[in-house]
Design a binder for this molecule. Structure first.
Ligand SMILES: NC(=O)c1ccc[n+]([C@@H]2O[C@H](COP(=O)([O-])OP(=O)(O)OC[C@H]3O[C@@H](n4cnc5c(N)ncnc54)[C@H](O)[C@@H]3O)[C@@H](O)[C@H]2O)c1
Length: 364
């Protein structure tokens, strides 16, 4: 078992970047998968100085054309493609790709992009099983380009400041994390979200963000997972649904640290919402609000938050640009993203198989 320092070193270290961008040149970027998230990433990327969108690609021509329209509106010009391999073949001047295709396509899309030497910002989860995750990690290790995985909440100013406070010892020894993701059901206009074969189910596709923040806060991977979940309200709704609408899961980390996560889709508007809280021996931190609550007083301390109020995705893309330009490590590289992907895979397996699942068996 790695100790905390080794874990942070190995999971936060980035692969060597062999081709740092020449300073002053814009980073020429293509967006692959211009659906819901890809369009949002594109809009945010258009706000980042030094990123120039030169191509957009989606299997659905109208989505790619819509994306090109957004680029044109911002004063640029993007070529439209429906086949990303052809795009990469044709536009040799593409430096980097932002990829936001469905979860079950990540292995094929990411390895193909990494193999042709492009820098890659690719959405979470890394993949939908451990073997595919390893394949991507291996492609990233031998790639000429840098790979950042889309855990943008690590770049959210409040959460980033709260994590820095935890890592500096601000709450003392980390003891326990409480995550709540209570909301409305998944959007009906994205059918693959409801198919567990394509999305990995709701913990892998959605709960992963909070679990990633907790794993980062603790600085180790969990050793065991146990949980219960199912579909209680949205049974066969939409028709053919195979993903849960609620679960509770507990992860045990080294040193007796526990993560408790509750996730469901029948939250009344304005009720619980989300919570991301990390408890330590000296007090607790609310990651969302970046507040510290000492254990022995009623005082609430607002943490110093550099870049307060800035959008997490804009910051994640800005950081990606800087990492490419300066050869700096990314915060969510392939290895750290693999750990953060195995966590919800492990929790989901524990729920499906109604038993305790260990890290060892996941990674054997
Ligand atoms: N980081 C976040 O907060 C966040 C939020 C939402 C979604 N996501 C992730 O973004 C990814 C996309 O999710 P979405 O909600 O945008 O789904 P979506 O279905 O709206 O968009 C995916 C798009 O990819 C296209 N596509 C599929 N295969 C392709 C291929 N081989 N080449 C080109 N285009 C292809 C589809 O036609 C579709 O338009 C998923 O991995 C999801 O987990 C991340």
């Amino acid at each position: 078992m790695q100790n905390r320092r080794q874990f942070l070193q190995t999971t936060l270290a980035a692969p060597a970047v062999l081709s740092a961008q020449t300073s002053g040149q814009p980073l020429r970027v293509a967006v692959v998968g211009t659906g819901n998230r890809g369009t949002y990433l594109l809009r945010q990327a258009l706000q980042v100085p030094g990123i120039q969108i030169i191509a957009v690609c989606d299997l659905l021509q109208d989505r790619a054309e819509n994306a090109a329209g957004l680029v044109a509106k911002a004063g640029g010009k993007a070529d439209v493609y429906t086949d990303f391999r052809r795009m990469l073949d044709t536009r040799k001047d593409i430096d980097a790709v932002i990829a936001a295709t469905p979860d079950h396509t990540h292995r094929n899309v990411y390895t193909a992009i990494l193999e042709v030497g492009k820098h890659l910002y690719g959405e979470k989860p890394l993949a939908l099983d451990v073997a595919d995750s390893r394949m991507i990690v291996s492609a990233a290790k031998s790639a000429k380009g840098l790979f950042q995985v889309g855990f943008q909440l690590r770049h959210d100013p409040n959460r980033n400041a709260a994590e820095a406070f935890i890592h500096s010892g601000g709450i003392g020894k980390v003891l326990y994390c409480q995550g709540i993701r209570h909301g409305r059901d998944l959007p009906r206009n994205i059918p693959w979200y409801f198919d567990k074969v394509k999305s990995g189910d709701i913990m892998v596709d959605q709960g992963i963000h909070i679990l990633d923040l907790f794993t980062w806060a603790i600085g180790a991977h969990p050793t065991r997972a146990m949980g219960s979940g199912g579909t209680s309200l949205f049974v066969n709704d939409p028709p053919g649904r195979t993903v849960m609408d609620n679960y509770s899961v507990i992860f045990e980390y080294p040193g007796g640290v526990r993560v408790n996560m509750s996730h469901h889709y029948f939250d009344p508007p304005g009720f619980t919402g989300n919570q991301e809280r990390v408890f330590g021996a000296d007090g607790a931190v609310d990651l969302v609000a970046a507040t510290f609550h000492p254990r022995e007083s009623k005082e609430t301390k607002q943490l110093d938050v550099p870049n307060a109020g800035q959008d997490a995705t804009v910051r994640a893309l800005t950081s990606f640009r800087d990492s490419v330009r300066d050869g700096r490590p990314v915060m969510s590289d392939a290895e750290s993203a693999m750990v953060s992907t195995i966590v919800p895979l492990m929790g989901t397996k524990a729920i499906y198989e109604k038993r305790i699942v260990t890290w060892e068996e996941m990674t054997a």
